[in-house]
Design a protein around this ligand. Structure first.
Ligand code: NDP
Length: 450
């Protein structure tokens, strides 16, 4: 006789949780999952997917403008924010239904409601109690907003997807992924965008040349950067919001977006009660098998604050399910995780930045190319793309690949395979380019920088 209602109970039906539930069920486990909001999680409902749809929407103005250089005379175009939001919502509804179908087809029981640990084998969802041999916490993260007077007048990425009106003038606080992506979205859709950042250059942690190229591209498109500036107070004034910065300068805008980071959604989960240890920023501490400090409780995805990316959560959830229910030995593997920033211009990156390689004590050779993308020539656009290879001079291995420019995110997936496979610069050099493309630059750079 089985002692528990389920072999696995998953708290949180986002990317990591759904993947783990489905794979575990596929291995024959009896699985349940609970969700307090909508199945699909941050990525599908209020993250990657709706964001990318908004990015697409925001790129049309540039295409209309560039078309003239190719002989087109386009009629005056008009944009409707409510129409975009409606279309985006319909698509998210469709994807949500697909996710529900995936769980159903896999035979996973779905319980709607917030899950909370009652003891180390019991999860409460509302009034109901479920026992499980193993529990997986995959509750993700939530936007974090600095505690300043008037902060409630601003919105986060969650709210950005549901604004009734497009702000004509918008201030974005922060300079990470979300800030630069939304700066591009609002700017492309015609808002006046100010990006305020407390330090001196966007995208901290990315390669220095990437940061510079993105900043130049965004500035060239009209984004106004305010460095060494963080909003200290917001006040409603007439139709707008007055922002007072830490240095007492002020600015009036129609919307303030906080893109000041996200934090693990660990509060009120019952973690302390069952002894699940948390670390800095309240992230759940796990080992390479995503096991928490409690033997049969695991955690994957943003709640563990390892690499907060959807494909990483999918890998972690999959590896967990294969190990625990599929008889395999699959620790998580985060090395050479590629990433894209859907800024305008976009970024694709994998491996070490030049700064990281140097900090690791590597003797590096750097190959860099800056060029005008072909599409921009007839369009008369001045912007340059940037490509960079960071090579370990002792082994000739390509340890980092960084691209800024059109299609960078698409380009990087293939190069991520090469970097992960440990290929050398000689392997890149042997590879024949595809002409005429931007990507061929990555196999034709011959001279390292001095
Ligand atoms: P990030 O951590 O990338 O950026 C947060 C930004 O807010 C930083 O510029 C940070 O400054 C700033 N900040 C933090 N605290 C304050 C403060 N008190 N006052 C002013 N500024 C502050 O977080 P995001 O919210 O942009 O994104 C969260 C995560 O989501 C990312 O790390 C990424 O993993 C994921 N994501 C991935 C995407 C993709 O793959 N394309 C897209 C969107 C999100 P500082 O640099 O000084 O710390």
């Amino acid at each position: 006789m089985t002692r528990y209602d389920y072999d696995l109970f998953v708290i949180g039906a986002g990317s990591g949780g759904v993947r783990a539930a489905r794979i575990a069920a596929g291995h024959g486990a009896r699985v349940a999952i609970c969700e307090e909001s909508r199945v699909g999680g941050t990525c599908v409902i209020r993250g990657c997917v709706p964001k990318k749809l908004l990015v697409y929407a925001s790129q049309f103005a540039e295409s209309f403008a560039d078309a003239a250089g190719y002989g087109w005379s386009a009629p005056e175009s008009q944009f409707s924010w409510p129409a975009l939001i409606r279309a985006k919502d319909a698509e998210i509804d469709r994807l949500n239904r697909i996710y529900l179908g995936l769980l159903d087809n896999a035979g996973v029981d779905l319980h709607m409601g917030r899950g909370r640990l009652v003891d180390d084998h019991t999860v409460a969802v509302g009034e109901a109690r479920f026992t499980a041999e193993r529990i997986l916490i995959a509750v993700g993260g939530r936007p974090w907003v600095p505690d300043i007077p008037g902060k409630e007048l601003g919105f986060t990425s969650d709210g950005a997807f549901h604004l009734e009106k497009q702000p004509r003038r918008v201030l974005i606080a922060g300079a990470g992924y979300i800030a630069v992506e939304f700066a591009g979205i609002f700017n492309g859709l015609g808002s006046e965008v100010t990006l305020a950042y407390r330090r001196d250059r966007i995208l901290r942690g990315f390669d220095g040349d990437v940061r510079l190229a993105v900043e130049r591209g965004m500035a060239g498109r009209g984004v106004d950067f305010r460095y060494h500036a963080a909003p200290a107070r917001l006040e409603a004034v007439g139709e707008g919001i007055r922002v007072t910065y830490s240095d007492d300068r002020t600015q009036v805008v129609d919307g303030v977006m906080f893109a000041t980071g996200r934090q693990p959604y660990t509060w009120d989960l019952g973690l302390e009660q069952v002894g699940v240890q948390t670390g800095p920023g309240n992230r759940i501490e796990v080992d390479d098998y995503s096991r928490t400090s409690v033997e049969h409780i695991f955690a994957v995805g943003d709640v563990t604050d390892r690499f907060n990316l959807t494909p990483v959560a999918l890998m972690e959830g999959h590896a967990f399910a294969d190990t625990q229910f599929g008889g395999m030995d699959r620790p998580v593997e985060h090395a050479d995780t590629p990433a894209a920033v859907f800024s305008q211009p976009p970024v694709g990156t994998v491996g070490l930045t030049e700064e990281q390689a140097q900090a690791h004590g590597l003797r590096v050779k750097v190959f860099r190319s800056e060029f005008t993308p072909m599409k921009y020539t007839l369009a008369g656009r001045q912007e340059k793309g940037m490509m960079k290879l960071v090579v370990d001079a002792d082994t000739n291995r390509v340890v980092g690949c960084h691209v800024v420019g059109p299609d960078a995110s698409e380009m990087l997936q293939g190069f991520a395979v090469a970097v992960r496979a440990g290929l050398t610069k000689a392997d890149f050099d042997r590879t024949i380019g595809i002409h005429p493309t931007a990507a061929e630059e990555l196999v034709t750079m011959r001279q390292p920088l001095a």
